[in-house]
Structure formats: C-alpha cells, structure tokens
Design a protein around this ligand. Structure first.
Ligand code: NAI
Length: 333
C-alpha cells in the first residue's frame, strides 16, 4: 500500500475549502489508490468553523483519509506537507482599494512562504489559488528561495476549464472532446483565452480545429474571450458568492495532472515562473500551456503566435509587471 501524502489546504474553513477538502479525501486530486492526510489551516476567527469541517470529514468516513490536522498555527499546518494548496487570503471588501487588498495578501504570502520553506517537505509542490493568484505565488516564490521555483504555481485551470466549457456548449459536443485551449497570463480580466491551437473530436470521430468547427471568427475573437474573462463576475452575480465548486475542482485537476501527468497530445494551462518562453519576461508568474510528466511541468514550445494574440499576451504580461511593482511597494511600505 502507498504511504499517505500530506496535503495542506489554507483557508480551509472558507467556501472553496469546504468544496475542496472532500474532493481530496475522495481521491479526486491524487487518485483512488492514494491515501492522504489533510492539513487544514485557517485564522483564529474561523477556528471553530474549521473544527466543524474536521468533524464533517470524520463523519464522512472517507477510506482514503488517514488523518486530519486542523490548526491556526502556520508552522504546524506546514509540517511535512508534500502538496500545498493556498486558498487562504483576505477578500476584497466594499470600499477597499486594490492596493489595500494587495497589501494584505502579499504580507500573508510572504509569511507563509517562510513557514513552507522551514516546515514543508523539501520537494513540496505549491498551488496558489487566492487572489491576486499570480502575484501571491510570485511573492511566495521570492520569499521561499529554498523551494525550487518550478514547484511554485498558481491556478488558471479554472479559466482553462471555463474556455473548454464555452466551446463545448457552442458546438454541442462533450467537454471531454475539446482540448488544447490556452489561458495566457494573469488570472484576471486581462487573461487571454486562446483557441488558435484547440481541437475538437467531431461526431464522426475525426479531430478538427476549433476554429474550423466554429467557423465564426468574430464570436471567437469577441464574445468567447469576454465570457471567459468575466465568468467569475457572472457567477458572483448569479450566486451572490464567488465560484467555489468549480475552483475546487480545477485545483484538483491542476495537481492531478502535475503529479500524474497530462494525457498524450493534451496540454493544460498553469501559472508558472516565466523562463522567457514566447517573449514573456522572466520575473513574473504567467499562465502558459504546459504538459506534465513524472511530476514535472514543461511549457509547450513552438506554437505560432499571430499579431492578435501577441498584443493580448503582452497586455496581460504588462499588468503582471504592474502588480509586481505594486506588491513590492506594499511590502516596503
Ligand atoms: P473565503 O473568504 O470563503 O475563504 C477564505 C478563507 O481564508 C477564510 O476562511 C479566511 O478565514 C481564510 N484566511 C484568511 N486569511 C488567512 C491566513 N492568513 N491564513 C489562512 N487562512 C486565511 O474565500 P473563497 O471563496 O474560498 O476564495 C478564496 C480565494 O480564492 C479568494 O482569494 C478568491 O479570490 C480566490 N479565488 C481564486 C480563483 C482562481 O481561479 N485562481 C477562483 C475563485 C476564487
């Protein structure tokens, strides 16, 4: 039998946490034969709620769940973890400036970087979900220099899955028959959902490019892009709460593919530290198309980038550079 893997979820008493921990305990993240020990962190005001989640995990009697640590102590939460899913953060409240939210979150991520560095397993894989996700991940990387930079990523898989969903709805095919969309850049409204290399299996079993299948370039260049970019806001409007089940599911997809590998011929989107691929400056966490094998991701190389895409890829990179300098000005204040 496999040894259990320790999975940290921060912000575990929050709404994504509540959707995410049962998925992990059921094997959705690491597979149906991989036992897990859940480490759940939240802050003092949420301690009682966090304990309630722990009680429910016990009551659910998940066979794969070999232990639960529920704590408000960061060091204890990080101890020996192999996977860290960072969902905890300070939400934007009415009347708060972008800078204020940024300031709160970058100081959280700076502190948690040190805790992970000191207490997590040396090969710990980190996924940052909390917003501003790319910039929080960057700060975590900068303040945890002993964690390999390839181990620090942020979530854009939800945006990727939303893009697949929109194509599947439009073409009336199963979502599993659509692949290789790309989310470039920031997990924000400047992200660029790109279908230039995406394909779909048609009813006769043949593979076709999404562009040929949809044959409405105008829709792809306008409504499709804005729908994906603004989907988060549309969910808030409908639910009066932000996306939680889809975010939790995407977090599981992200870690599962990273650890267990992407299917042959398929790539996914992950926010990773730029190595300069596609002319995106190093020094930011940017979403790229990646394939994964043996627990390592690599950026898909050699995709053709047209002028329309270039402009959008650069605009979202520019926003990330601005977020980075804002983050540093908050830390230096
Ligand atoms: P929530 O407010 O329900 O939960 C956040 C939890 O974090 C709360 O329980 C809070 O007490 C906890 N927390 C606050 N500071 C903490 C700290 N220093 N250490 C540990 N825990 C702390 O929020 P929700 O809906 O679960 O969303 C969480 C984050 O995920 C938000 O930042 C949200 O913007 C982001 N998000 C990101 C998505 C993505 O695709 N990257 C998609 C959806 C949400």
């Amino acid at each position: 039998a496999k040894d259990p893997v320790r999975v940290l979820v921060t912000g575990a008493a929050g709404q994504i946490g509540y959707a995410l921990v049962p998925m992990i305990a059921r094997g959705v993240m690491l597979g149906p034969d991989q036992p897990v020990i859940l480490h759940m962190l939240d802050i003092e005001p949420a301690a009682e709620a966090l304990n309630g989640v722990k009680m429910e995990l016990i009551d659910a009697a998940f066979p794969l769940l070999r232990g639960v640590v529920a704590t408000t102590d960061v060091a204890e939460a990080c101890k020996g973890v192999n996977i860290a899913v960072m969902v905890g953060g300070f939400p934007r409240k009415e009347g708060m400036e972008r800078k204020d939210v940024m300031s709160k979150n970058v100081s959280i991520y700076k502190a948690q970087a040190s805790a992970l560095e000191q207490h997590a397993a040396p090969d710990c894989k980190v996924l940052v979900v909390a917003n501003p996700a790319n910039t929080n991940a960057l700060i975590l990387k900068e303040f945890a220099p002993s964690i390999p930079e390839k181990n620090i990523t942020c979530l854009t898989r939800l945006d990727h899955n939303r893009a697949l969903g929109q194509i599947s709805e439009r073409l009336n095919v199963h979502v599993g028959e659509v692949k290789n969309v790309i989310i470039w850049g920031n997990h924000s409204s400047t992200q660029y959902p790109d279908v230039n290399h995406a394909s779909v299996i048609t009813t006769n079993g043949a593979e076709k490019s999404v562009k040929d299948a949809i044959a409405n370039d105008d829709w792809l260049k306008t409504e499709f892009i804005t729908t994906v970019q603004q989907r988060g806001a549309a969910i808030i409007k409908a639910r009066k709460l932000s996306s939680a089940l889809s975010a939790a599911s995407a977090a599981c997809d992200h870690i599962r593919d990273w650890v267990l590998g992407t299917p042959k011929g398929t790539w996914v989107s992950m926010g990773v530290y730029s190595d300069g691929s596609y002319g995106i400056q190093p020094g930011i966490i940017y979403s790229f198309p990646v394939t994964c094998e043996k627990g390592q991701w690599s950026i898909v190389q050699g995709l053709k980038v047209d002028e329309f895409s270039r402009e959008k890829m650069d605009a979202t990179a520019k926003e990330l550079m601005e977020e980075k300098s804002l983050a540093y000005s908050c830390l230096n204040r």
